[in-house]
Design a protein around this ligand. Structure first.
Ligand code: MEV
Length: 438
């Protein structure tokens, strides 16, 4: 019988990996778990150490499948797009959509803007009307004081692009914010931005204490926090595909191209207008986006948070993609914010993230934004295409069959027999169980 943990454990992070495993197993798991934990250790100690350095309290690794979707033509260049995902049929769907569009002009992508944002929130006892008069002086000071921090980024084409000072009376009468715009070149820039913001915060405090232009009352200034914003509505990429409807034949299911385009546009319009559908539709987009973001060592939580805020920017959560059918031409496009880096962070440290970027030809951050957006659009195209033609389960369950068989510990022979039995038939968990007699 496994005992629940009785006492607080202190110094867990100071234990070595074997001790942590032993503790976890004793407290919460069956003794056989130790073997499983060990099984996922990397054979190369030096690489294992790199992984252990990424996080804390590590006890083993948690592998995810790493695949590639070939035949992606984006702005005329062909890519094999690396994707990390645990969901069956995501890579297959992206590959199928990439192949489909390869012969129809490929994907197009353009970066609309690549600006990041950071905020310093503070409490200040001055009058709101005074801030315009003081902003220049403040900016000159903070910029001068943080020159050492920004110099290298400026040499790479980034740096601080502008500062505005806002009053937030909805929080409190004395609540203010510095909103700072950044360029971060090929890095995602989180560490750079946060370091600069904290220095801005410290200088803001010094300015309040020292500036001759402030009244006694205005010297009462308290910095509350300094952190980047993951809302990046000015770090946006647009990807699209377009071709004459007459070229949109779907050979496998023989659907008339005009019928297909009409149903497809209709389905996307539902996702523009109905939030319940929009969330699922966007989840399909993020299936592709996240898979490439993870494979390239980028921050998928930041990308997710930004995408959903962007999807709700007019107050209603809507589909991130749009479809137009005009003059017998079908156009499908996706606009989304993507704060990505191709230098810094995990991009060089994680051997597979580095490999992904090598496979993509060491793209700039802006080129990677185009690749990720194209993967999201491809995924969305494949999902909606299935939804408005065959339904999603046909393809999905075919891919999922191997997982179902694994859950029944099926032998090689049973796997072959099940695949043959269900060829051309609808696959379901219950159906497979019945066939295997489990
Ligand atoms: C499943 O992971 C994603 C879909 O539900 C997306 C969609 O409905 O558009 C198939």
């Amino acid at each position: 019988m496994i005992k629940p943990q009785q006492q607080q454990i202190n110094g867990f992070s100071k234990l070595d990996k074997a001790q942590r495993r032993a503790w976890l197993t004793e407290q919460f798991l069956d003794p056989s778990a130790r073997l499983i934990l060990k099984q996922f250790d990397l054979p190369d100690d030096s690489i294992q150490q790199v992984f252990d350095g990424f996080s804390e309290n590590t006890i083993t690794n948690f592998p995810l499948p790493y695949g590639v979707a070939p035949n992606f033509v984006i702005n005329g260049k062909t890519y094999a797009v690396p994707m990390v995902t645990e969901e069956s049929s995501v890579v297959a769907a992206a590959s199928a959509a990439a192949k489909y569009w390869m012969t129809r002009g490929g994907f197009h992508a353009e970066v609309i803007a690549a600006e990041k944002l950071g905020q310093v929130h503070f409490r200040w006892s001055g009058r709101p009307a005074r801030r315009a008069a003081l902003l220049d002086e403040l900016c000159t000071r903070v910029r001068a004081q943080t020159k050492d921090l920004t110099q290298r980024m400026e040499a790479r084409g980034g740096g601080v692009r502008g500062v505005t000072w806002k009053h937030l009376p909805e929080v409190a009468d004395d609540c203010y914010q510095l909103l700072i715009k950044f360029g971060t070149a090929d890095s995602m820039g989180a560490n750079f931005i946060n370091t600069v913001l904290e220095a801005y915060g410290a200088e803001l405090q010094t300015w309040a204490a020292e500036s001759g232009s402030l009244t006694e009352e205005e010297r009462d200034l308290e910095v509350i926090m300094a952190i980047l914003s993951n809302h990046t509505p000015n770090c946006v990429v647009r990807a699209w595909v377009s071709c004459p409807i007459s070229e949109m034949a779907l050979p496998k299911n023989g659907v008339d191209p005009h019928e297909f385009a009409r149903r497809f546009r209709y389905a996307v319009e539902i996702a523009r207008q109905d939030t319940y559908r929009a969330v699922t539709h966007n989840k399909g987009i993020m299936n592709g986006v996240d898979a490439v973001v993870i494979a390239t060592g980028n921050d998928f939580r930041a990308v997710e948070a930004a995408a959903h805020a962007f999807a709700a920017q007019d107050g209603t959560y809507r589909s991130l993609s749009r479809c137009r059918v005009e003059h017998d031409r079908f156009t499908f496009e996706l606009t989304l914010p993507l704060a990505l880096g191709t230098v810094g962070g995990l991009t060089k440290l994680h051997p597979l993230a580095k490999l992904s970027l090598d496979a993509l030809g060491q793209p700039s951050a802006e080129e990677l934004m185009g690749v990720v957006a194209a993967a999201g659009l491809a995924q969305n195209f494949a999902a909606v295409r299935s939804l408005v033609t065959t339904g999603i389960q046909q393809g999905h369950m075919r891919m999922h069959l191997q997982n179902i068989l694994t859950s029944f510990h099926a032998s090689e022979e049973e796997r072959g027999a099940t695949a043959a039995h269900f060829a051309g038939k609808t696959i379901s968990y219950a159906g497979v169980r019945g066939f295997l007699g489990r």
